[in-house]
Ligand binder design. Structure first.
Ligand code: AMP
Length: 498
């Protein structure tokens, strides 16, 4: 079996790798490092979690041992699609470069230009950047790219999805043609291949796992739901609270707006939850991630962009609140669990509208995913329409006030049936109420970044009736206008004069 010493890395690097506790290189490391050290261009096809970062950081450290950085002229440049990934790569340089005295500058949005300028002024051996912020610095005339010897384009498929390719082309034009380019992507569809052909010269192709494969250690299940967001939220809550061994989970939404909405909903329902989306400032994102890694937050609601490539070891569950539109995202999402041979569980909430996306996913992974308890055809009758819901709420309130308008028992039975139906779909079946009822806001301690509450909402003292009366708007459609309580004076027909 190949050892790190076989790869041609320097002593300083080998010693840091040994300190990190790694015994053998991963396949992408064994494949890419020798070529990188020969200054060859590389087209690496590997997902995060395969040791991909070290496969370019370790040879870069070795190569950087010769030579010195000059002010405002970085020697190497690593482009990353998100701030988190950029920060994670910087952490890798701290870890593996602990025996080197290299200047590493991180140019990401959400951090002041002044601090970044100071680092550049000192001369950066390694510049790790997101494309937009890098171009901002170039336009301010603070950065010269003519000294860059190694360019790393990481997560190329994600760069394409995020519309960064024109930026990368602009950046690549500023860097001498004689550079070495290391190009990594989790998938290699034709448009990525075309890009690779443009950026690379006679590259060595290193491919590790099939990009469309999912880990055998992940148990995947589909969960049928009606399509309204509040119905999906109820299904999700039910899933979370019925898991026996949920240590922590990432919940994926397709849009960042939905990330915020779902986060607020879960928080209101008393779950220990945080959120990660593109609109958060850098500090909050880092704090959130640290809280999740440390176990202070059990659930993390995230978008694909925000979560891409995050190295969070040992996530027990992944929930897809939305079926991903790009099937590759499914592979990335569920790759957050079942890492390093551990077992993981991945649940995907599927509505009728998602069928074609689910078909594409199953085709990509060449696998049929089992339904958790019945497919879409087994779903109970759809939830009440908005109008019926308004009626029900009105009747609920009437009942609670002890002045039910409908006297006949048939109607009462109907109403009761409807109540049970809505309770069940909200994840609050009567038998479970004691266990899963959320805390009241007033009972909660002040929280920071999503808080330290338990995954399972704790019992509260309010009785059912109280809960129903205070049901937050997340539990179903909100009555429009006065609902059933239209004041009598508004029903008087006015005599309008012509
Ligand atoms: P990456 O694919 O770069 O996100 O790395 C995934 C995880 O694998 C990180 O936690 C690394 O610290 C870890 N790792 C990288 N190389 C090795 C190795 N040779 N042996 C064991 N773990 C590794």
């Amino acid at each position: 079996m190949t050892t790190f010493a076989d790869l041609g890395l320097s002593q300083k690097v080998l010693s840091a790798v040994a300190d990190a506790g790694y015994t053998n290189p991963t396949p992408i490391q064994a494949g890419a490092i020798p070529y990188a050290l020969q200054r060859r261009d590389i087209c690496g096809i590997a997902q995060t979690g395969t040791g991909k970062t070290a496969s370019f950081v370790l040879p870069m450290l070795t190569l950087l041992e010769k030579g010195r950085a000059r002010a405002r002229m970085p020697r190497t440049l690593i482009l990353e699609p998100t701030r988190e990934l950029a920060a994670q790569v910087a952490e890798n340089f701290d870890k593996y470069g602990k025996n080197h005295k290299l200047n590493v500058a991180l140019l990401i949005g959400g951090v002041s230009f002044e601090d970044q300028d100071r680092k550049l002024e000192r001369g950066a051996d390694v510049l790790i950047a997101t494309p937009g912020r890098l171009l901002d610095h170039c336009e301010r005339g603070k950065l010269l790219m003519t000294g860059v010897e190694i360019l790393v384009i990481d997560e190329a498929d994600r760069m394409l999805d995020m519309g960064f390719i024109p930026d990368i082309e602009r950046i690549a034009k500023m860097i001498p043609f004689t550079r070495q380019t290391l190009f990594f992507s989790a998938t290699m569809p034709p448009e990525i291949q075309k890009l690779a052909d443009r950026f690379l010269q006679n590259p060595e192709r290193v491919e590790v796992a099939k990009p469309s494969s999912t880990a055998k250690t992940v148990t995947q299940r589909l969960v049928a739901s009606h399509s309204k967001d509040y119905e999906k939220r109820a299904v999700l809550r039910d899933l979370i609270t019925t898991q026996d061994n949920l240590k922590n989970a990432i919940i994926f939404c397709n849009r960042k707006k939905d990330v915020s909405e779902l986060f607020r909903s879960l928080e209101r329902h008393g779950f220990s939850v945080g959120a990660l989306h593109g609109d958060m400032d850098q500090r909050s994102r880092m704090t959130m991630l640290a809280n999740f890694k440390d176990g202070n937050i059990k659930l993390l609601v995230a978008s694909d962009v925000a979560a891409r490539g995050l190295d969070i070891p040992d996530v027990s569950h992944v929930f897809n609140f939305d079926v991903p539109i790009h099937s590759e995202d499914y592979v990335h999402r569920i790759g957050r669990t079942g890492r390093a041979g551990r077992s993981g569980r991945a649940f995907t909430i599927v509505t009728r509208a998602d069928t074609k996306y689910m078909d594409a996913i199953e085709k990509l992974i060449s696998e049929k995913i089992e339904w958790q308890s019945g497919d879409l055809s087994a779903l109970p009758a759809p939830m009440e329409s908005h109008d019926n819901e308004r009626g029900r709420r009105g009747r609920d309130r009437d009942k609670e006030r002890g002045r039910g308008k409908r006297g006949d028992s048939g109607h009462r039975a109907d109403t009761k049936k409807q109540d049970n139906q809505i309770e069940a779909t909200e994840g609050f079946e009567e038998s479970k109420v004691e266990n899963v009822r959320p805390e009241r806001k007033a009972d909660r301690k002040p929280q920071n970044n999503g808080g330290n509450r338990n995954t399972r909402p704790s019992p509260a003292n309010d009785d059912n009736r109280d809960r129903r009366r205070h049901r937050d708007h997340d539990d179903g459609p909100t009555p429009v206008g006065f609902g059933d309580d239209i004041p009598a004076f508004m029903l008087i027909v006015a005599n309008a004069k012509a």
